[in-house]
Ligand binder design. Sequence first.
Ligand code: KG4
Ligand code: ZN
Length: 341
Amino acid sequence: MLVLGIETSCDETGVALHDTGRGLLAHAVHTQVAMHEAYGGVVPELASRDHIRRLVPLLDRVLAEAGLGRRDIDAIGYTAGPGLAGALLVGASFAESLALALGIPALPVHHLEGHLLSPLLSGTPPEFPFVALLVSGGHTQLMRVADVGDYELLGESLDDAAGEAFDKTAKLLGLGYPGGPAVAALAEAGRPGRFSLPRPMLGSGDLNFSFSGLKTAVLTAVRQHALDEAGKADLAWEFQEAVAEVLTGKALAALDRTGLAQLVVAGGVGANRRLRARLDEATARRGCRVFYPELALCTDNGAMIAYCAARRLARRQAGDAAGRAGTGAFAIRPRWPLAEA
Ligand code: KG4
Ligand code: ZN
């Protein structure tokens, strides 16, 4: 079965073709980073308009790459939330109307479910059940994943997401958007010891997070010191270390609490090399295994959405939606708890 995946929840247009027998056939992502850069962050209206421009060319591109035509598509999965309302509407209306025209099913997919299943697309996938650490620009969550569609929230950020903290820290350090990769690059040149930032909630005894105080601590440090480039790099190093230490500590606590030995890391911050190094080391010491999506599938993409829709279709867990052809009627959910997916 050939499933088309459409992702338009934020500032990346992702389109992919996943075949349930042959795997990922083609995927293409257009990132809007250059367009939003001048504004220092995502401008929702510009994002929506750009998704409209990109979808048809990207669809044609993946079909050409796979040597297939529109009539070969058996089902369409699209991100229905969470995300920017206008951006979601573009992908949803595109997917639903294409499904209606082709007489095939269209499935609304939860963006975070896409992220958390994305390591299953790799050559060495985890097996259910596992603990998932979801670290994106909008969410920081630990989940117990028993199966496709069976997600228990173990803990989450009470304020800023880890990616958001990276993005805000980047701004405070005068770096561009998106901030994560910029802070990570600057931290490469940084040295330990000069700054000491808090490790928020590391000892809280639960599996929740808080990153807004860390951002304030960065702000205070920036105000107190006239930082040259080397100073900024040292602060970036310490900030990255604080985030990586807290995420690692809580992920290990979640493995302890659930008695599970597999950890899946998903979402944009999962691309962070320092975080990966700490997680690799800490899990290896405990005899646990950690799984990441391929680097290209860490940030937003259509492949994870196509894959998620394929798994849902296979299990017939989408209820009526799984069996019906597109009707043109649909709803998006800009706010959508994963446990309800
Ligand atoms: O999952 P994602 O692509 O989009 C959302 O669904 O939010 O995650 C984007 C977030 C941004 O906050 C970005 O700054 C962060 O992931 N990010 C990183 C890195 N690459 C992306 N954070 C730290 N280190 C990175 N290498
Ligand atoms: Zn995402």
